[in-house]
Structure formats: C-alpha cells, structure tokens
Design a protein around this ligand. Structure first.
Ligand SMILES: [Cu+2]
Length: 166
C-alpha cells in the first residue's frame, strides 16, 4: 500500500517540477529595474530567455517609456521613428511568444543614446545544446511519461482498494 502512494507522490512531484520549470518572469535590469544606470547587455547575458517567459519592465511611470524596435539597425542607431509597440505603465509585461531576437529601448528623449536599450534573444527552451532532435524528444518523452504515470496511479488506486477490501 505504501509503495503505491510513494510512486503516486513521486510522479505528482515530477509533473509539478517539469511544469514549473517552463515559465520565468525576467525583471529587466534586476533589482534596479528599467533605469539608465543599468548595463543591460551584461544583465541580459546572465539570463536565459525561453519561449513562454515574460519580461517585466519596472520604472517610475512618466520617467521612462518602453518601445519595441523592429530591427537591429534601428536598435543600433536608436531610431525611434517607427516602433512596433510602446508601453508606459511603469510595470509593463511582455510575453516572449516565439524564439528570436527582440529589441527594446527607452522612448524618453536621449535615454536610448545613453545606453538605455536591451536586446533579448529568446530560445525554444527545450534544447540547451546540440544534438537538438535527440534532447527534444527525450525531454518531451519524460514529460509524457510523468503524466501517464500519474494517470495510471490515479486509476490503479481505487482498483487496489476494491481488490483488497477487508
Ligand atoms: Cu529612460
């Protein structure tokens, strides 16, 4: 009896861990937030951005703006002429929906030129390194195995009770 519960708990635990590991909120600039004093490129290099993660820009509303730029050249030149998106609540959340590079800068006059910009490279999250296909399939196989195990354990427990009723 204890064996069944042990396996059940273990599988629930595994399922919860794999689920939790899939999404992270990245507060841009860490504790300093979206502020001119932060070296955003070194901050970003210490982070891993995965599909499904969120960016959070925190700053005093009115002092800064968050604009998303459409290209590497606009990012390099701080060309804020045509932006993809503009946010200004002071607690702006941006979801990373797909893999690729996105460019953000401050829209307040002069701030981008002072270095207030950040480039975010999002990766798929399943694949930390090469051989891509092998590690992807083993990760998802482990995932399905965990959920399948929970299901089997949940179904098996009442059956065990029926068969072992005093
Ligand atoms: Cu600014």
């Amino acid at each position: 009896m204890q064996g069944v519960y042990g396996v059940l708990l273990l599988l629930v635990f595994v399922a919860l861990i794999t689920k939790q590991a899939s999404a992270t909120k990245h507060v841009i600039g860490g504790s300093q937030g979206w502020d001119e004093s932060v070296d955003f490129s070194s901050w970003a290099s210490g982070q891993t951005f995965k599909v499904g993660d969120q960016l959070v820009f925190k700053y005093p509303s009115g002092l800064h703006i968050v604009v998303e730029l459409g290209s590497e050249s606009a990012y390099k030149k701080c060309d804020l002429g045509s932006v993809l998106d503009s946010l200004n609540t002071g607690n702006d959340e941006v979801k990373l929906n797909k893999a690729g590079i996105r460019y953000f800068a401050c829209g307040t006059l002069g701030h981008c030129d002072q270095g207030m910009k950040v480039k975010i490279t999002t990766v798929t999250g399943k694949v930390p390194s090469t051989p891509a296909s092998a590690s992807t399939s083993s990760a998802s196989a482990l995932h399905s195995f965990a959920y399948f195990g929970v299901l089997v354990a949940l179904l098996a427990t009442p059956v065990w009770y029926i068969n072992h009723m005093p």
